[in-house]
Write a protein that binds this ligand. Structure first.
Ligand code: ATP
Length: 436
């Protein structure tokens, strides 16, 4: 594990991602579309592994969590009630000389970063970051909808449905993963600030008297999540957001920050949002959001603790943490020291020589068995064996299995370990259990 963030340059990560099929620029063939990214075969697998790990940890392994998958397009009243239509804005400034636009808090406004002229910026205006669209063939005010800027509202609007279907005891949570869209003024820093990204959010409904103890539990859970991602503890920091910087409905917010090569930045957020959202839904929909305790005590609108995770920022932190350089026999090597449960390819299978049919056939047999057992197994017979190892190291494959002439005689294969580069021979019959 690299111990200093200065070890890893953003360019190393970006070029590895492109070269090896993790992440490509969106619409690259037409010159790109700013703030959008396409995931290649390895990127989509890594992203899925992260999302599945989250679902397993926060939904599957818990009794008190319910998953939902709400529509991305929602009735515009959702965004009126939540305050997004009026206040989901960033301060926009425009250079009067070159017309370039920036987010005011991201630049030094005394000099335009695009044309270099000084004192060209006017007063900031508030720019709403929601992507607006129309639902159906009629283009008028009542057909307006938005691509959701957060997944959370799809949870709040289903609170009553889940309570009516399952009648869970408090506290309980509703979890959702999915795309979110924000028309960021200046998307930047690779996938860190994109216009289309993926969130994993939980609204954890509680009795207001319990908010402090529940909040503390979530702080610990967030740290456990970071550990499962393989992020070094000393790269993860809690930023207690001061009252003046918090959203007006939040009584406490902690931003969990990570030491990215671009600096210490928000990885995810944890907020106590009180009953702000459910109360807004009551106000605008006219429907009661009361929860009726089973012991017959008075109904009340639950409060929420909201851990809000961004997939891209997690993925970037995983790559930064895993990116390692060392020297093997005097040769420089860079590789991804990914935790095995996140690696997009678990095992690569190779015949030592690809022009020997007896080796290829045997290797194909082994490949078929492992593929069935582990799924993410790659067939790799490109280039010589040294090149294959290098390539597999670079994409973070923990193990390579090689079939050689000895295999044909004694039914043993070589397993090579990514991190130590050490190799050992084991009997084919024990291969699956050894890799497990
Ligand atoms: P920032 O201050 O960096 O713009 P935010 O405070 O607006 O982020 P939240 O609204 O709290 O972010 O969103 C929750 C999470 O969603 C963030 O912690 C982050 O992981 C992710 N996220 C938000 N905006 C983006 C984006 N433009 N690109 C990628 N991930 C994002």
């Amino acid at each position: 594990m690299s111990d200093q963030k200065s070890d890893v340059q953003m360019e190393d990560i970006v070029s590895l991602c492109k070269r090896r099929g993790f992440i490509y620029q969106g619409s690259e063939i037409y010159g790109g579309l700013s703030g959008t990214w396409d995931y290649g075969p390895l990127g989509v697998q890594l992203k899925r592994n992260i999302m599945n790990l989250w679902w397993k940890m926060f939904v599957d392994e818990r009794e008190d969590m319910f998953g939902v998958d709400a529509a991305i397009l929602m009735n515009q009243k959702v965004w009126q009630a939540s305050g997004h239509v009026d206040t989901f804005t960033d301060p926009l400034v425009e250079c009067s000389n070159c017309k370039a636009r920036f987010r005011e808090d991201q630049i030094d406004t005394s000099k335009c970063p695009a044309c270099g002229k000084t004192e060209t910026f006017s007063e900031a205006r508030q720019f709403n970051m929601m992507f607006k669209t129309n639902v159906g063939p009629v283009d008028n005010e009542s057909s307006v909808s938005y691509l959701r800027p957060e997944t959370a509202q799809g949870i709040f609007t289903n609170f009553k449905n889940v309570v009516d279907s399952f009648y869970p005891d408090l506290p309980f949570g509703i979890a959702q993963q999915g795309k979110a869209f924000r028309n960021e003024i200046s998307p930047r820093d690779f996938v860190f600030r994109s216009r289309e990204f993926e969130q994993m959010e939980i609204e954890y409904f509680i009795h207001p008297d319990q908010w402090e103890e529940e909040f503390t539990k979530w702080v610990a859970l967030v740290h456990e999540w970071c550990k499962q991602l393989g992020l070094p503890e000393h790269f993860v920091h809690e930023l207690e957001v001061p009252e003046e910087d918090r959203a007006h409905y939040s009584k406490r917010t902690i931003d969990f920050e990570f030491d990215y090569p671009i600096g210490r930045k928000e990885l995810l957020g944890l907020a106590y949002r009180t009953d702000f959202d459910l109360k807004n839904i009551e106000r605008v929909s006219g429907k009661s959001m009361d929860y009726r305790p089973k012991d017959g005590s008075d109904p009340f609108v639950p409060h929420v603790i909201e851990p809000s995770f961004g997939v891209e920022r997690a993925l970037m932190a995983v790559l930064v943490s895993a990116y390692t350089e060392d020297e093997i026999n005097g040769e420089k090597r860079s590789y991804l020291k990914l935790p095995t449960h996140l690696a997009p390819v678990k095992v690569a299978v190779s015949p030592l020589l690809k022009n020997k049919p007896e080796l290829v056939n045997k290797a194909r047999e082994v490949y078929a068995v492992l593929k069935k057992e582990f799924g993410n197994v790659m067939w790799d017979d490109n280039g010589n064996i040294g090149k294959r190892y290098r390539r597999q190291d670079e994409i973070g494959t923990p193990y390579c299995v090689v079939i050689d002439f000895d295999t044909l005689n004694d039914n043993t294969v070589t397993i090579r370990n990514r991190d130590t580069t050490g190799q050992k021979r084991i009997i084919l019959d024990e291969l699956v259990s050894e890799l497990s």
